[in-house]
Unconditional design. Sequence first.
Lengths: 363, 189
Amino acid sequence: MTAVGTADALPDADPDAAWAAVEHGFDQGWSDGLPVVPATRRLVDRFLATVDRSPEEVIGSLEHLHRTVTVELAAINAAMAGCRPEYFPVVLAAWEAVQTDRAATGGGWQSTSGPSPLLVVNGPVRQELGFNSAGGAFGPGFRPNMTVARALGLIVRNALGVVPHGFEQATQGLPGRWQVCLGENEEESPWEPMSVEGGVPAGTSAVSAMLTRTVEYVDNRHTADPEQLLADFADTISRSGALIFGHAPAGVVFCPEHAQLLAGAGMSRADVRAWLVERCGRTKADLARVGKDGVGPNGVRFADGTTPPADFDPLFSGTGPEVLPIAVAGARNAGISMVVRVFTGWSARSVPVLGRTTPGSSS
Amino acid sequence: MATLADVLDPTGRSAVRSVSNTRAPRRADLAGARIGLLENTKHNAALLLDEIGGLLERDRGAVTVLRRTKTAFALPMPQEQLDELVRECDVVLVGVGDCGSCSAAAVADGIALERAGVPTAVICSDAFTTTASAMAEVQGDPGYAYLTTPHPVAVLAPEAVAERAVQLAPQVVGTVTADGATAPREQAS
């Protein structure tokens, strides 16, 4: 069931006044480049009414910029992003999930790498609010997916004050920044929900989050052999351009077809991860060719040139979901999955959605 | 009926901001001055500061007494590190602000050291002046003068880093001694 009611639209809304209010948002510097909804007290109070939280509660800060995020500010920015009030519990869970990423509380938003959150929603809230978890999961086209992700971007921009060309120093950024919030396709996934690995029981609505640098597809409709299929993923995961430090995390959002093929061969999520952890990486010869064969005392790669060519540098620093999170999303119509370039790793802590995620009265 | 004045502010920013451009007292020269180097793990940062420190020793009679690494390069240095630098050094060199977060953090460190009474030269890549200046404003010292060196720094060979040090050394001296105390922001050539 999708919540698309318009019972709370003002019957006498003046389109010209709405346009003026949208322009006001641009004039104030509050917009990410798209129109923002003017956040009135009346509207924001509807957001706050969905959760049992004090509006003054501080839920994030960048002390070095002297800026804080409160529940009230989160609600204002969520309203501006185009969320419906009943999305707000998801916004707060998503924000808290992002805060579990250490880069988000350090200098991540200021980074030249311009990282963007990847949000994964599990549980019944997907149906309650109409989150897309099937075809086109990476968006656009679905209001909850788009506006929840956008709300976080507006919070960082407005409440934390990290604005492009100011404190935000992304060299190029990435396509889909502040736009990726996908429902996990639990209905067609052969495995437990991703949030179970994040410590939240199946059937409980939750959000998982990690910072990412981009996603890149693996299109393999060519083999029914699970090892050939995974070798195709290992090749993309191991590409040298993504390497900065000695090790790097990565993620995979499998399409249902790939996930089902692997599960049909008897592989659990953990088996898939173990297979990839064992094989992903590059030889020193490969790395020397791109000036990245050495690893300095600060962990950063450099052009050494004297390393043993046949030696193998494994990509992953560990074996758990922290370095290789795995989700399932998309349509069951082709073997097309995404490798996710994860910025610093996944906290492996999913955050339960707490609050009212159904439309309220139109007072 | 609501008006545009009723639209809520999403920033939470208070309008009032205290401004203090406190500078540490300047030395007449660097003879016998205890120099501290605060590098931020960025490639070539330690080398550049070392080279400048070496020039100040050779040409100005200073002595490098402390080399410290700021491991959380994205954030201002921890209080203990600030205390140590203030206690042990007469002059501090900070750098290299060569990324989105560390350039801003380096400026915050420089302002903190100045307010604690230690003349400081902060060196940033010239690709990050916007964010470095934005941090100076956030710290209530919008006119804070840091030094810049052309981008990029990280990929320079050691000899090129040494050349940068030669270019920067006189500006560092100008920044931390009486002559340069009132100079506007200087640019490395």
